[in-house]
Structure formats: C-alpha cells, structure tokens
Design a protein around this ligand. Structure first.
Ligand SMILES: [Zn+2]
Ligand SMILES: [Zn+2]
Length: 286
C-alpha cells in the first residue's frame, strides 16, 4: 500500500521515524511520500527518504509558510511584502530537486484558512498574502516542469484563487503527474481533476466526514490515491475516549482502506491494488 502524503519530517515523529516506518511496513504500507512545507522540512524530507528504500520526498513551500514574506519587514502593520527572504529559501529547495529520491514538488497551493495555532505572530489572511501564495504556487509549478517532477497541490478554502493559478499554468506534461491532496469534497475541483487527469487524495477524515463519504463515490477509481497526512487526520476508530490523541501514522492507512472499500462495496484487496498502482503512476515509481 502507498501512503502518498505523510509528514515524517514533522516534530511529532522526532526520534522515532525508524519505528514508524517499520510499523508501516509491518501493516503493509511499503511506500511513503514525505512532503516538505518549507525549506527546513523539505531538507528533512530528503534526509529521511535517503534512509529508507520505500520512502520518497517532495520539496516545496506550503502556502501557510508564504506568510514569511511578511516577517522581515520593519512594520508589519504596513503589510508590505518582501519576497527576497523566501525566494532565497526557494532557490535552496530547487537544489534538492536533482536528488533522485525527490519525486515531486510539494506541497504547494493556496490556503485561506485562518490558523489559530501557528508559529507566526499576527497571523492573518490579507490580500497581499494571498497574492504572495499565488506567486509562489506559480513559481513552484514552473520548478516541477523544469525538473520533470510531479506536483502535490494543497488547497484549503481557496478554490477560486487556487484553480485560477493552476488553470493558467496548466501544461499537458502535468496530466497524470499531479494530485489534489486531501481534496475538498467539491464537484468543481473534481471536474477540473477529471478533465486534466489529476489524482484525488483521500484521508482518514473520511471516517467521520459524511460529505467526504458522499464525495468519494463520485471519484473515478483510476484517479483515487490514499494518504494519511500524518501526524494529522487520525481515523475515527482511533479517536477513543478523552485521552490525548496519538499522532496519526502511515500504518493506519490500512484502517482507512478497509473503511473506503466497504463504502465503495469492493474488496479491500482490489482497492489497495488500484490505489497503489495509481500512486506509483502519480510519482513515476516503478
Ligand atoms: Zn496540505
Ligand atoms: Zn501536508
């Protein structure tokens, strides 16, 4: 089985990556892609990928971290954007793209969600920040094309801005090489994906979100890929009691696969087979 989106590079897994990868393998998840979200986590993703044969990396700047364009300016209230700081990070990320264990640029996209828990003081979603996100999405699609890598797209509550950039930048070379990771249950996104052969990433939140349970029934099987988005989106079966929730792990993909197979009235084995094949195509892994 293939976990197409798992942040083994995040703090939640510090010091226990090997154990988590071994547990995954034991549960039948032998392939994992670790996406970066900024320069540091992209470098970490590559380091992890180099340690394990079935683990691959994606590198990129997540839209949330584009907020850094606002961090180095003297007067934050002024909300003027300074791209130079983040552009130097992007050129470091570009250097990672020649590494054979790097299979994709990601995760990149547009995100209008207001995060209350964030490392950025005064975090807010203002027009110039969204313009910055779109600019970095644009540049990172170019990087994917330049280095012939796949693309992991992140969109949250920003469909209009997100699709505007992707539509504008679309290149046929990306057909079958891109994924709407943790796809919002939305017919416009799905139609766009069908038209351009973009894969749809489904996560553990399907176990407790009815809108996603309805949505998946409309996704063509040949576009379906599975992901845990670990350490986030723990499946409902593991959200028990009032105890502090454990970090989600790639081994839990097995639970998600069983749940989805039941929902789609198919055998788990058949679902695993097709989604694994789809994921390999997406990242061009033989
Ligand atoms: Zn994401
Ligand atoms: Zn992610």
């Amino acid at each position: 089985m293939f976990d197409t989106h798992c942040h083994l590079n995040f703090k939640a897994f510090e010091g226990r990556v090997e154990e988590v990868v071994n547990n995954a393998i034991e549960a039948g998840i032998s392939l994992i892609v670790v996406p970066g979200t900024d320069r540091e986590s992209s470098e970490e993703a590559v380091k992890i990928a180099e340690r394990f044969s079935g683990v691959y990396a994606a590198v990129g700047i997540h839209p949330h971290h584009v907020f850094q364009i606002n961090q180095k300016t003297e007067n934050r209230k002024n909300q003027s954007s300074d791209f130079s700081y983040l552009l130097s990070d992007l050129s470091e990320i570009e250097k990672l793209l020649v590494n054979p264990k790097v299979v994709a640029v990601g995760e990149v996209g547009v995100d209008r969600h207001y995060y209350s828990k964030t490392k950025y003081p005064n975090y807010n979603v203002y027009p110039e920040f969204i313009e910055g996100q779109k600019e970095f999405l644009n540049r990172q699609i170019d990087l994917g094309l330049k280095y012939n890598k796949s693309l992991i797209f992140h969109n949250r509550e920003a469909k209009k801005d997100f699709l505007e950039v992707v539509r504008d930048k679309w290149d046929e070379k990306l057909a079958g090489r891109a994924v709407f990771h943790c796809c919002e249950p939305d017919s416009e996104l799905l139609n766009f994906a069908k038209k351009h052969k973009i894969f749809i990433g489904i996560d553990g939140d399907i176990t407790f979100r009815e809108d996603k349970q309805e949505f998946i029934k409309t996704v063509p099987l040949d576009l379906l890929v599975l992901e845990t988005d670990s350490p986030f989106l723990l499946p409902s079966q593991l959200r028990v009691g009032n105890k502090k929730r454990p970090a989600n792990e790639p081994k839990n993909l097995q639970l998600v696969a069983v749940f989805i197979a039941e929902l789609l009235r198919m055998k788990t084995k058949a679902l695993v087979k097709i989604t694994t094949e789809n994921s390999k195509k997406l990242f061009q892994i033989s």
